[in-house]
Design a protein around this ligand. Sequence first.
Ligand SMILES: O=CC(=O)O
Length: 338
Amino acid sequence: MAAKSPSQAPHGPHENRSSDLPEVLVLKPPPLLNIYGDDFSKKFRLLKASESPLPIDQFLATHARSVRAMLCSGTGPRINAEILRLVPSLELIVTTSAGLNHIDLAECRRLGIPVANAGDVFSEDVADMAVGLLIDVLRKVSAADRYVRQGLWAAKGDYPLGSKLGGKRIGIVGLGRIGSQVAKRLEAFGCSISYNSRKRKEFVSYPFYANARELAANSDALIICCGLTEQTRHMINREVLLALGKEGVIVNIGRGAIIHEKEMVQCLAVGEIGGAGLDVFENEPNVPKELFALDNVVMGPHVAVFTPESFQALRDIMIENLEAFFSNKPLLSPAMDE
Ligand SMILES: O=CC(=O)O
């Protein structure tokens, strides 16, 4: 049979047939994809497992020999060895997040599958939120707002004093992209910075503490900026919190499980630490109810990365990573090189 001439083609020359587009596997579409409209589906053929009538293993079996890239997020199923075994053709994972704790990185390394993440696109927004939470706890911004709204200013008089940010000793746990942005901001407020990381950073002049307890003992506030790994899970426990002390403030914009949440709640409840600014929790979206009664605790629903600006930048970097991969170019934000 003769090949179709271009004029017989059912689609115009500039129109992509979805079946011609590179395939990208999506187990559960990240909520963000709705915001991006058809930005992705114009460029990639999204194979959405959760929208298929097939059970997941059958759906994956259908694409197991062809699909080369997967898009995932922290709100979807964990990308574990079992999933990876079902898609042996996979050559790339792109995640919408900066954090990588929903991906079995060891297995990806073993299989030689690179992971691309959000890179630096969230760092400034997350750092702003960390500083915002710290100022809120120290200066009682949210608590004072509640005081005014409840009519207590007129009824009871002036609100208790907050504590000055300038001059505080800030301990940053995890001086990566986000931690460095937090340090830069807080230096500008007149704070002194120290840090704890896997290793001392050669080109960083801030004092380094080899463990979180020593850092806490030398800090007025501890800001958790590291990723969640088996090494960092529950790294911030009662011992670290007691070292931070009665006036000490803990801020967490990393992952909830880096802090031993139950021990932190107990320390806060009896005044063994001074306050907390928490955007992340161990068992999201469940938050320990005891925290609701504490005026020295400020909370967010894991939204530190959420700005329209960061979402646009994220869309661009995800598309650029996928396009680079499909044209055999280096990834823009390879996560496992970090
Ligand atoms: O928490 C958000 C992220 O890891 O991007």
